[in-house]
Write a protein that binds this ligand. Structure first.
Ligand SMILES: Nc1ncnc2c1ncn2[C@@H]1O[C@H](COP(=O)(O)OP(=O)(O)OP(=O)(O)O)[C@@H](O)[C@H]1O
Length: 304
């Protein structure tokens, strides 16, 4: 992905941002391309919402430049091409679902029809319900409906599926993919690995306000090349505390799970400690393990 590609939808160039004395982003650069879901992944407080806030013009940079469709992000012409679903945004309790979508969509020249939005967001049956009487998950769906109602070229979704049941999550993922396939650029801020893996064409991992990995989901996984060794042992996990190439270890009863970068060396050491070991398996690390590994190794490098 070329940061300066002419097809870039949104771009942060060498951006810095602090809240009072706390520096959240330093010299941060990042760009979004059309037709691509970019997941911004990272631990709590990494700066994901701050990146989304700067890109959408809700926050102002201290230094550096943000451009949206080649314009200032607060420019009305740029905002007209963007749909946003934030972590928290209230809906008017007294308006029905249809009324609130109608009201919101009326600000956009290129709006979709209300019936189309209701259908796409799976809200047709709830259209006459007052927003104050919706469940948390249903309110999130209305927020998604508002985000797509102006037929945006850029969709910014901050933790879009929080409060969703598994079926509703998958339904929203399908809708988001369809928007990207139709050409929209999608920025997805999340700390759910399964969400990033299911949805994203590209994952950008940030920790402490810096990009520590950027690539397709498979590449992020391969970058760590971690392997999980699972054991069932009678020994306490503390006996395995200093295995070679071990990234982390977890114990649940007799089951011990070890994330390692060298399964052969780790297993050889395990057998030396527990020669009677009968039950073990070796599997590829999940994206979640890969992320944890990346963030941990970044912290270790910083401490060195
Ligand atoms: N308005 C604010 N005033 C002061 N500090 C803030 C403000 N907004 C965010 N921060 C701080 O900036 C840092 C980055 O916050 P941000 O919300 O961007 O992270 P995040 O990656 O989105 O976190 P989360 O996953 O928890 O939503 C955090 O330490 C947070 O406490």
């Amino acid at each position: 992905m070329q940061a300066n590609s002419c097809s870039t939808v949104a771009q942060l160039q060498c951006v810095s941002k602090s809240y009072r004395s706390q520096r959240v982003l330093s010299d941060f650069s990042f760009a979004l391309e059309p037709g691509c879901v970019t997941a911004l992944l990272g631990p709590n407080g990494a700066g994901k919402s701050t990146v989304a806030g700067l890109m959408t013009g809700r926050l102002a940079v201290d230094a550096g430049k943000v451009s949206l469709f080649g314009l200032e992000p607060r420019d009305r012409r740029a905002r007209a091409r963007m749909g946003i679903m934030l972590q928290s945004s209230g809906l008017p309790d007294g308006l029905t679902v249809r009324e609130v979508i109608d009201l919101h969509a009326s600000h956009f020249a290129r709006r979709l029809t209300i019936d189309h939005v209701l259908e796409e967001a799976g809200l047709a049956e709830l259209k006459d319900r007052r927003c104050g009487k919706l469940s948390g998950g249903e309110q999130r769906r209305v927020q998604f409906a508002l985000a797509i109602s102006g037929a945006p070229d850029l969709l910014v979704l901050d933790e879009p599926t929080s409060g969703f049941d598994p079926e509703a999550r998958r339904a929203l993922w399908q809708l988001v993919r369809a928007k990207a396939e139709a050409g929209a650029a999608v920025l997805l801020a999340t700390h759910h690995m399964d969400e990033a893996e299911a949805l994203a064409d590209r994952i950008v991992v940030i920790a402490k306000g810096a990009v520590i990995a950027d690539g397709p989901p498979a590449q992020i996984k391969a970058q760590v090349a971690g392997t999980v060794v699972r054991l069932r042992t009678r020994l306490p996990a503390s006996r395995f505390g200093t295995l070679p190439d071990m990234v982390k270890i977890e114990e649940r009863g007799a089951d011990v799970t070890i994330l390692t970068t060298n399964p052969r060396a780790t297993l050889e050491a395990v057998f030396q400690i527990d020669p009677a070991l009968q039950h073990f398996e070796v599997v590829s690390a999940s994206l979640e393990d890969a992320l944890e590994n990346l963030v941990t190794s970044q912290n270790v490098q910083e401490a060195a």
